[in-house]
Design a protein around this ligand. Structure first.
Ligand code: ADP
Ligand code: ZN
Ligand code: ZN
Length: 718
């Protein structure tokens, strides 16, 4: 027999190894194989009697690792799909999905939990020699599931025999009986929540649900109830969340609701060994609930009964390097494969999901009210800064509101939108913005080279000296100049305790948590923060949120910027007035008449989604077109651009697919590397996939020195 093995190497193919003792039951097992001059861990993806290559060159397999049950065919299919769809070598998909500790050649020792049982007792006994007394004793022992310890008690040689039977397929591993389901009674659900739970419970088989509910409407209670139903049937639930920071909160809610139920965490901050152990518990069907970030979408779950994706719109479900997969999209694929329902929850669904709900592929479940009696949605107001002299970046009215809240000893949050939006050149006098003449996108400012570039089609021009609309010589990128805000707040309110929370101030492990504690403990008066603060955290004493610099997202060159901005503003608004205090949100803007803000003030996401989708349809952007990006990075921009030129020349001609010109990325320099890309776009997904598959093979033949490239399917950023 020959084992077809994939390895963690950037090669598309699988490798053959001579393995006489393997059977089809070993497909999905980890093995040790010689590769180059060392032993590596591989995964068996096939077993056959014929090797693909001439057999005399084939090496022998070194060992079969039995520290985990073989991965199921469903997972192997998921890997294959992922490899094809995201244009990534199968071996590297597999080794992205496996927890780090299981990529290691050292066997992983866990607490012994499996039991072993004979498949067909009579057939085995029939072929045992009558004198093989030990074998006969074992055979009768293993009519019931037994642990390794029980087997070893019989005789020193017993375990070896069971291992052989295991390899030959006589014996199977059985998981321990799942822990009993003890669900505490949940909160009495309101009518909308009940209706949502009932619709989900009625589904046998695949059905995606879009649970669209405003912040605080009780989406989590719906998840819990839907999951309780699944656990009662003895099945497992997979819950994906966007951020590690959010899992402790959610986990304690789950633990409170399901005491004694085995809930495991699979996010990246769980230590290696523990993560591998948790993964194995999922694989053995012992973990009733798996809660984790995007990588958990690959968790083996033999008894999967439901998938939940919380905050489904969040862009962190998309991995931005290596295997560039979308965990949300894979979760939907997996739910379909396993024929189980999937619930995608959000207050601001992604436009892709919204569109899928409109065209009937997803079923929408709406929650309109805040669940807690008496809790009111925040009151959002726009503060127009047009033709107003700002003081240190803030409107005089905002300053007076701030000092009033502080004198009432309430907390305030100043939210600075500092996301890496592609900046647009803007005239404050007449409102002119630099647009691309070749396509429908806006031009991005590259200040250092004084160029304007279109990140979609590659058009390139010099930054004009004056506004082409009105002649104003003071042109600048939208939304600059918020850096000094923190200092200004401290100097105006010298007695207030100001805390800044962003990526820079929370680099150290635990610092984000201690910041949150400080806020909860009432040790902070003014919070200054970026999007990190926007998500999911309750600040009971917070009565006012001030949003600064939102306009940069309004007119970014990135067509997804408005969608992200809206989601972020809704989320940050949800921080205000969650408990007894009613909350106010003040949004400073130069564009108070913009429809995005109108929808925000009216709390009307459907209106926002509809006009965004209409725009996207006209402009030919997703979800009406499908995209991929070929990215290249090198120490010098010319090298990256040259590679992309060569790549363009090699691109196969597939009708209905457009390949645009190479263009430097908006953040051209990152970590010492210069980056550029090509956009590929099509109305037909099969046509796009077709092109990528062929193209990829020829790209691998281009001689590249000191250059890295990658295909990014369904890119989130440019
Ligand atoms: P979401 O996930 O939509 O933001 P949550 O599920 O976190 O909303 O609910 C918001 C708050 O409302 C929580 O404090 C939750 O305990 C409470 N809640 C949810 N459903 C109900 C209900 N049916 N009755 C009373 N309180 C509820
Ligand atoms: Zn102008
Ligand atoms: Zn263009």
């Amino acid at each position: 027999m020959y084992a077809n093995v994939v390895l963690d190497v950037p090669l598309a193919k699988a490798f053959d190894y001579h393995a006489p003792e393997l059977t089809h039951a070993d497909i999905g097992r980890r093995v040790l194989v010689p590769f180059g001059n060392k032993l590596r861990v591989g995964l068996v993806v096939g077993v056959s009697s014929q090797p693909e290559y001439a057999s005399e060159r084939i090496k022998a397999l070194s060992a079969v690792l039995t520290d985990m049950p073989p991965l199921g065919e469903d997972l192997l299919q998921l890997f294959r799909f992922c490899s094809n769809y995201y244009q990534h070598p199968l071996g590297q998909v597999v080794f992205t999905a496996l927890p780090g500790r299981l990529r290691d050649p050292k066997p992983f020792a866990t607490r012994e939990r499996w039991r072993y049982q004979l498949q067909s007792v009579q057939a085995l006994i029939a072929q045992l020699p009558a004198r093989a007394i030990l074998q006969h004793r074992l055979a009768s022992l293993l009519t019931e599931p037994r642990s390794e310890a029980e087997i070893r008690q019989i005789s020193p040689g017993a375990w070896k025999i069971v291992r052989e039977w295991l390899a030959a397929g006589w014996v199977t591993t059985v998981t321990e009986a799942p822990v009993s389901v003890s669900a505490e009674a949940g909160k009495p659900l309101n009518a909308e929540q009940q209706a949502a739970v009932a619709e989900i419970a009625a589904i046998r088989g695949f059905q995606p649900f879009l649970l669209f509910g405003i912040t605080g409407s009780g989406k989590t209670e719906v998840y819990l109830e839907a999951i309780a139903n699944v656990l009662r049937q003895g099945r497992q639930a997979l819950v994906l969340v966007p951020e590690i920071n959010l899992t402790p909160q959610l986990q304690s809610r789950f633990a409170g609701r399901f005491p004694g139920v085995n809930l495991v965490n699979l996010h990246s901050s769980v230590a290696d060994a523990e993560r591998a152990a948790n993964w194995l518990q999922a694989a053995r069907g012992e973990a009733a609930i798996v809660l984790g970030t995007r990588l958990s979408v690959f968790a083996p779950m033999p008894k999967l009964g439901i998938i939940v994706v919380d905050e489904e719109h969040d862009s962190s479900f998309k991995q931005q390097d290596g295997l560039r997969y979308s965990a949300r999209d894979l979760a939907v694929w997996r739910a379909h494969q396993r024929q189980v329902p999937i619930v995608l929850g959000s207050a601001t669904p992604s436009l892709e999901s919204w569109y899928n709900a409109q065209n009937g592929r997803y079923r929408r479940l709406d929650l309109h009210q805040r669940a807690v009696a008496g809790a009111q949605p925040p009151n959002v107001r726009l503060i127009s800064t047009k033709h107003v002299e700002l003081q240190d970046g803030l409107h005089p009215f905002v300053w007076s509101e701030l000092s009033e809240r502080l004198s009432r000893r309430e907390q305030v949050l100043v939210f600075v939108n500092r996301r890496g939006y592609s900046p647009v050149l803007f005239c404050g006098e007449c409102g002119w913005m630099a647009a691309c003449t070749q396509c429908t996108a806006r031009m991005t400012v590259h200040l250092s080279e004084r160029r304007l570039r279109c990140h979609y089609c590659g058009a390139d021009s010099a930054i004009p000296r004056a506004c082409p609309g009105c002649g104003n010589a003071d042109l600048h990128p939208l939304g600059h100049g918020t850096q000094r805000l923190e200092a200004a707040l401290s100097s105006r309110f010298p007695h207030a305790r100001v805390l800044r929370v962003d990526r820079d101030t929370t680099r150290q492990k635990g610092s984000f948590e201690s910041a949150l504690d400080a806020v909860h403990g009432g040790k902070v008066d003014i919070l200054v923060g970026t999007q990190m603060l926007a998500k999911g955290h309750d600040f009971p004493r917070l009565s006012l949120v001030v949003v600064v610099n939102a306009d940069a997202g309004l007119y970014s060159a990135d067509y997804r910027a408005a969608e992200r901005l809206y989601a972020q503003l809704v989320q940050v608004s949800g921080r205000a007035g969650r408990a007894q205090i009613s909350g106010d949100v003040l949004v400073q803007t130069d564009f108070a008449e913009h429809p995005l803000y109108a929808a925000l003030v009216a709390q009307d996401f459907p209106a926002f989604a509809d006009f965004q989708l209409a725009d996207r349809r006209v402009a030919g952007f997703p979800p009406f077109r499908h995209q991929a990006v070929l990215r290249a990075e090198a120490a010098k921009l010319e090298i990256a651009m040259q590679f992309l030129q060569e790549a363009t020349a090699l691109a196969p001609d597939v009708s209905g697919v457009t390949i645009y010109d190479p263009v430097p990325a908006s953040l051209t320099r990152l970590a010492g590397m210069e980056r550029a890309h090509i956009l590929i776009q099509s109305a037909s997904r099969p046509a796009l996939q077709n092109l990528l598959t062929t193209w990829q093979t020829s790209l691998r033949d281009i001689k590249t020195r000191q250059l890295r490239w990658a295909l990014d399917v369904d890119p989130q950023e440019f």
